[in-house]
Ligand binder design. Sequence first.
Ligand code: FPP
Length: 229
Amino acid sequence: MDGNGRWARKRFMPRFFGHKQGVDALVRTVQACADRGVEYLTVFAFSSENWKRPAEEVSGLMGLVLVAVSKYLTRLSDQGVRIRIVGDRTQVSDKVRQAWEQAEASTCHNTRITLSVAFNYGGRWDVVQACQQAVRLGLAPEEIDERRLAQLMALSFAPDPDLFIRTGGEVRISNFLLWQVAYAELVFSDCLWPEFGEAELDAALAEFARRDRRFGDVKAPERIEASAG
Ligand code: FPP
């Protein structure tokens, strides 16, 4: 969800205003995804590296969690949204942790769409914490394979993403779902996150539909040709 700061600056507003509008864009996007039958949506709300931002912005983002949960939790829950938080919870304040726990607990029976909010999350952190768990469980090296490690990762409850969308014009992954995006289709959009909505989502889905996914295999016509002779 990149581009909040630039969106606000373009309007001569503080960056926090962009993050605030970003929450509205998120709620809009969850609804649009649910309407289109998307069952899992994972968003990057706060990265392990975002602590480097000015203290005022960091505390603004933490405060926004509390505001967003109190403003939107009932609406999202009524729409059948299950909320899950992925990331290192040990470093966030008790208030933020409790807000996330409330969001998770009060939506745990919902099944229409799972919204995973990556918060104090990093793809590298996730790989490391999965390895740490493997060691704690006393797994032998031969017991560790891709399937076993995936079970220990923060998003083990969700299938690997089919589509990865980054807004804001940057063309990089920035430590998001490093392990899980191995075969995701990547779509980069110049749209700044607060402006993201149904039209941008549909454009990304249309782009996804045009991609030829082979997961390491050859193209289908070549497979038929090869088996024919
Ligand atoms: C990146 O844009 C965005 C973030 C670091 C924060 C994303 C957070 C939200 C959209 C709010 C959702 C929050 C909750 C509580 C779920 P940027 O600020 O780096 O934008 P820029 O590249 O234009 O400066």
